[in-house]
Design a protein around this ligand. Structure first.
Ligand SMILES: Cc1ncc(COP(=O)(O)O)c(C=O)c1O
Length: 369
C-alpha cells in the first residue's frame, strides 16, 4: 500500500511553531512505551517536574505537563481558576489574548479587557490605572505574543499585581525556553506553555505551574471544575504524592520527548540558550534590514524567537511563502487577524535558532522577493 509518510520532506520550520525538532528528541519519542504507572516512567515524570521547575524558576509543587497542546494549557488554567461571575481582566494585544477572552466568556466569567494596538506592548501605566477601579480575581496576559512578535512586560505587570489580591496568569507558550521566565520572582500564580516552540518537541504537551495561592483559590471553589480531563487537582494527584492515582493514560512517548528536550536545554545551559536566541535574532534582523525589509515591532519590544516582518509592496504573501516552502524547504508563517497579508512571521525557536538556519533563509529570500 502507498505510505504517505515516505513522502514527508525535511522542512526547516521557521514559522510561529512548531519549530524543528531536536534529533535527540526524535530518538526519545521512539523509546519503548511503558505503562502509565510503571515505576521507571514515574521517575521520568518526577524528573520532568524538577526540570520544568528549574526552567520556570519556581518552587511550585504543582508543576507538570498537561496532555494536549498550548490551548489545553490555557484552558486548564482558566477552567480551574474561574467560576461563573468571577472577575477577570485580560490584557490583549494579539490573537492569544483574544483566545483567553473567548474561553473566559464561555466559562461565564465577568470578563473585562484592556486592548493595546497589535504590534505594541501592554502598557503598565494603563493597567495600573485600571486596577484602581475595582478588584479582579484573575489578571491574564500573554508574555510572548506570537501573532505580532511583541514581548509584554511580564515582570512589571507582576509587580503591579503584588499590591492586589488578584491572581496572575501568564501565557508562556512561546517564551519558555527562549527568554527568561521567572514564575516565583515575577509573582506569577498560573503559567502555561507548549512543547512545540522553544522546547523543540512536536506539539502535544503543555507545561503548567500553579502557585500555592492559585491552589488555595481552586480548593475554595464553590462549584466543581467544569472539565474532568483538565481538572488540575486530579491531574496533580497523578503527577505527585506517594501513591499515584490514574486519571488518564499519559502520552508517555511525548513525555520522553519533553524530558529529552529539557535535558538538552540544561546541558547547554539556560542562559546560553537564551543568549543563542538573542544572537541569531540580531543576525536575522541585520540581514533583513540589508534586504530592505522592515520589522513590525520597535526594537525594545521585539521577541528574539518571533520576528514579524512587513511584506514589501508588490510581493504576494501566499506566493512568497509557498516559494520558500517548495523551492527552499523553509516554512515561515503568515500574519493573523488584522495583520493577515501584511506581515510574515519568522520563528527562531529552540533547535531552529541557529545561525546556519538564518543564513539559509537570508540566501533564499532575495529570490522570493
Ligand atoms: C502565545 C500562544 N498561546 C497559545 C497558543 C496555543 O497553542 P497550541 O496551538 O499549541 O494549542 C499559541 C500557539 O501558537 C501561542 O503562540
Amino acid at each position: 500500500m502507498k505510505n504517505l509518510l515516505n513522502g514527508i520532506e525535511d522542512v526547516l520550520l521557521m514559522g510561529p511553531g512548531p519549530s524543528s525538532v531536536y534529533p535527540d528528541v526524535y530518538s526519545a519519542l521512539s523509546r519503548s512505551t511503558l505503562g502509565y504507572l510503571d515505576t521507571y516512567f514515574i521517575q521520568i515524570m518526577d524528573e520532568i517536574k524538577a526540570l520544568l521547575q528549574r526552567l520556570m524558576k519556581t518552587r511550585n509543587e504543582l508543576t507538570l505537563a498537561v496532555s494536549g497542546t498550548g490551548m489545553a494549557g490555557m484552558e486548564t488554567c482558566l477552567v480551574n481558576l474561574l467560576e461563573p461571575g468571577d472577575a477577570i481582566l485580560i490584557l490583549i494585544n494579539g490573537v492569544f489574548g483574544t483566545r483567553m477572552r473567548e474561553i473566559a466568556t464561555r466559562l461565564g466569567a465577568d470578563v473585562e479587557v484592556l486592548e493595546f494596538e497589535w504590534g505594541t506592548p501592554v502598557k503598565p501605566e494603563t493597567v495600573e490605572t485600571k486596577l484602581k477601579e475595582r478588584g479582579y480575581k484573575l489578571v491574564a496576559m500573554v508574555h510572548a505574543e506570537t501573532s505580532t512578535g511583541v514581548r509584554n512586560p511580564a515582570q512589571e505587570i507582576g509587580q503591579l499585581l503584588k499590591a492586589t489580591d488578584s491572581l496572575y496568569l501568564l501565557d508562556a507558550v512561546t517564551s519558555l525556553g527562549g527568554i527568561e521566565v521567572e514564575v516565583d520572582g515575577w509573582g506569577v500564580d498560573a503559567l502555561y506553555s507548549g512543547s512545540q516552540k522553544c522546547l523543540s518537541c512536536p506539539p502535544g504537551l503543555s507545561p503548567v505551574s500553579f502557585s500555592s495561592k492559585a491552589q488555595k483559590a481552586i480548593a475554595n471553589r464553590k462549584t466543581k471544575t467544569p472539565s474532568f480531563y483538565l481538572d488540575i487537582d486530579l491531574i496533580g494527584k497523578y503527577w505527585g504524592g506517594e501513591k499515584r492515582a490514574y486519571h488518564h493514560t499519559a502520552p508517555m512517548n511525548m513525555l520522553y520527548g519533553l524530558y529529552q528536550s529539557l535535558l538538552l536545554v540544561m546541558e547547554e545551559g539556560m542562559d546560553k540558550v537564551f543568549a543563542r536566541h538573542r544572537k541569531v535574532h540580531e543576525v536575522l534582523v541585520q540581514g533583513l534590514e540589508e534586504l530592505g525589509l522592515q520589522l513590525l515591532v520597535e526594537p525594545p519590544y521585539r521577541l528574539p524567537m518571533l520576528n514579524a516582518v512587513r511584506i514589501p509592496k508588490g510581493v504576494e504573501d501566499a506566493a512568497g511563502r509557498s516559494a520558500l516552502r517548495t523551492r527552499h524547504k523553509i516554512e515561515i508563517g503568515a500574519g493573523l487577524g488584522p495583520l493577515a497579508g501584511k506581515i510574515w512571521r519568522i520563528g527562531l525557536m529552540g533547535h531552529t535558532a541557529r545561525e546556519e538556519n538564518v543564513q539559509r533563509l537570508l540566501s533564499a529570500l532575495p529570490e522570493v522577493l
